[in-house]
Design a protein around this ligand. Sequence first.
Ligand code: FRU
Length: 338
Amino acid sequence: MPRLLTVTTPLLACLVISSFVAAASEPATQPPPATQSVPRDAAAARPAKDRYVIGFSQCTVKEPWRVEFNKRLIEHAKSNYPNVQLDVLDADDKTEKQVADVRSFIRRGVDAILISPKESAGLTNVVKEATEAGIPVVVLDRDVNWDGYAAFVGGDNKLIGRAAGRVAIDLLGGPGRAKGVIYEICGGLASTPGQERRDGFHEVVTQEPGIRIIGGLDCDWKKDKAYSVMQDALKATPQIDLVYAHNDPMAHGAYLAAKKAGRAEDLKFIGIDALPEEGVRWVRSGELTATLLYPTPGAAGLDIAMKILRGERVDKRTTLPTRVFTRANVNQGGEEVK
Ligand code: FRU
């Protein structure tokens, strides 16, 4: 049985309904402007409805960031869109299940689909299928290999990778002088965040002749996998100065392995996500050296889906900001990264 979490809210305050109707009735008489990013038949001339059903396909809830993502999205839906029924399906970290989940939304004829894909290639076709069925699809956090969908919302993972690279260089002696061995632990390399966090980091760090990057194994974003590759790396490699992991759970897994081996004090650890109760807390406690914020995209994604359903214009891509947290700035809320 698929895990279906339905957030159903009662019919609403007339005010809210009438604002929906008013907004949604406009585009029927006005053709969308040329810059409109949403496929015409998916968004234009959409009749106003009293209730909307939106399907959200989440790739997994095995990682804390995903749990937080769902929580914030569901709360946002409840407090802002009482006329929306948000159906959440968890693909249990499996591409095939996620394809089946999206197809079930298509069969049911939901009004819009939000999807945070497990990986790019395997989810591309079903995003196309939904779009071709006239359902606006908003892709969240991880991209697919086709951009004919309605909109994308996520962080700039290249920028985050580059910023992590600059932090690593500073920790290893500063630009032009940095020296050391970096052990890299990758997230899912079949996904765009894994690829871009690696590419951005390498772009910056390979400018430093004194730094060598080793590792680079795909640990699928998982703390236990990172723990075990780090255990092996510590046995095989006498010198590791810094660990760069593509998310905080993996950075913390590597820290725990180094602690067990009695080497945690000699190493620095950089992660990504910066959840208050994870990465930020670990920076505060000194377990991680730095983390970079990767905001959850659900609330912004739902706002965009609702605009599309009302026939309003939306940006094709919405990029969420990042911040860097270190011991020095963690109590001031980190520092913005540009
Ligand atoms: C959770 C997660 C986050 C990471 C994001 C990348 O599944 O691994 O930790 O930042 O996905 O898509």
